[in-house]
Write a protein that binds this ligand. Structure first.
Ligand code: HGY
Ligand code: MN
Ligand code: MN
Length: 414
């Protein structure tokens, strides 16, 4: 097969090259895991800082660990446009979730410079550090800080090794005393654009490279503790046990059933720790996580109440204790129609039908919508796979996404 001419999909190839460079920073040599404030997050943040500086952006790592690059443009006092996403990952992650939106922002600014376009307003690129909330019980903390909604209780959150966020932030080189300085004035920002893989199968099913996000589903998350009684696996009769894991198993099935009852709702128990965790000991305690989502907040709250009642009834019947501690209530968030209209124009200019799709996944855009008008562009990913090392996109689709972003940014900063 003849090699692709050097210029074909040049923007897409540049984005993939930056992504590949960042994918080497992992806390686990065997798989991509880059949790908030970890050494790998620090290394990836510094690499992102270097990419932003090389693209001509005045850049820094902010007190909460996000990387912020700024191009002043012709009129530094005008409201700025922000392009961003996150560079933290889940455990055993794919390399595109989050990081794609950051590198495409850099590619867009590089393209403006190559085309000799000096934006009429400032452009900021932000690589958020705590979107996955996979390490501490937080909620989009590094993005909410921009709209002054950082919840100081997050600083006392503890990871599974018992390390407190406040201490991890200090070890990272951050500064909890400067959180207020991260907050931005709404009047200084005209919009936030995030490009992200779809993490679902719709674009592939419609054979489309990109689509425009209409709204982002709401999310409830909680930490659940089930306490029974340890005992000898060989001697305690079955009808005299208070088996925390057997009770948990019944609760998880109840959660699954309720989570599937309403249109568009989902529920997941993603993590569980069993104590003492020995083959011949009846489990005394289980701590598990609940993640429940819906496009409708009233429905989501009703669903979580139903799950809680069902679990309490199981706990009572099995004589175990049940404690549910919510730690996230993220609202369903509509995207900005004005920015969506500009994205429509860019897609039409590229002869791509501008489809709308709801996001089942949460994004920094939910938090940024509290600061300024916000919109997202989804990029097709193979079989909708994400939060999985098999996550993948094509160079051609990365190229389309780059061209749409550059066109939309050019329209907005003309
Ligand atoms: O969980 C989510 O929806 C996102 O990937 N953090
Ligand atoms: Mn993401
Ligand atoms: Mn994710």
């Amino acid at each position: 097969m003849t090699p692709a001419p050097a210029t074909e999909h040049a923007l897409g190839r540049r984005a993939i090259a930056l992504l590949d460079a960042l994918s080497q920073y992992s806390d686990d040599p065997a798989r991509l895991t880059r949790l908030y404030l970890s050494p790998a997050h620090r290394a990836a943040a510094e690499a992102t800082l270097a990419f932003m500086r090389a693209a001509g952006l005045e850049s820094r790592i902010d007190p909460l660990g996000s990387v912020v690059g700024r191009l002043e443009g012709q009129n530094p006092d005008r409201p700025a446009l922000i392009i961003g996403s996150h560079i933290d990952t889940v455990v055993d992650a794919g390399r595109y979730d989050g990081t794609l939106g950051v590198v495409l922002g850099i590619v867009a600014v590089e393209a403006l410079r190559e085309r000799g376009i000096v934006p009429a307003c400032p452009i900021e690129i932000i690589a958020f550090g705590d979107e996955e909330n996979a390490r501490f019980p937080t909620n989009l903390s590094t993005a909410y800080a921009l709209s002054g909604r950082y919840d100081l209780r997050w600083l006392d959150g503890v990871d599974q090794d018992g390390l407190v966020l406040r201490d991890a932030l200090r070890a990272f080189g951050g500064d909890a005393s400067q959180i207020a300085s991260v907050a931005r004035r709404p009047e200084d920002y005209r919009g936030y654009l995030e490009v992200h893989i779809e993490q679902g199968p719709q674009l592939q099913a419609q054979d489309l490279p990109v689509g425009i996000v209409s709204a982002i589903n709401g999310v409830s998350r909680a930490r659940v503790t089930v306490t029974g009684e340890a005992g000898h696996a060989g001697t305690v009769p079955m009808d005299m046990r208070r088996d925390a894991l057997a009770a948990t198993a019944e609760m998880i099935l109840a959660i699954e059933t309720i989570g599937g009852k309403y249109p568009g709702t989902v529920a997941t128990v993603g993590a569980a720790q069993i104590e003492p965790g020995a083959v011949n000991v009846i489990p005394a305690r289980v701590v598990f996580t609940l993640d429940a989502r819906s496009p409708d907040d009233t429905q989501r709250h009703a669903m979580v109440r139903q799950m809680t009642s069902a679990c309490e009834a199981i706990a009572q019947r099995r004589k175990v204790d049940f404690d549910l501690k919510p730690f996230m209530d993220s609202p369903a968030t509509a995207m900005d129609s004005g920015l969506m209209a500009v994205l429509d124009d860019s897609l039409s200019g590229l002869h791509i039908p501008p489809v709308r799709l709801a996001s089942g996944a949460g994004h920094d855009a939910v938090a940024m919508a509290a600061l300024c008008p916000t919109a997202m562009l989804f990029v097709r990913c193979k079989d909708g796979i994400s939060h999985n090392p098999a996550e993948s996109i094509t160079v051609a689709d990365a190229d389309v996404a780059a061209r749409v972003l550059i066109d939309t940014v050019t329209r907005l900063v003309a």
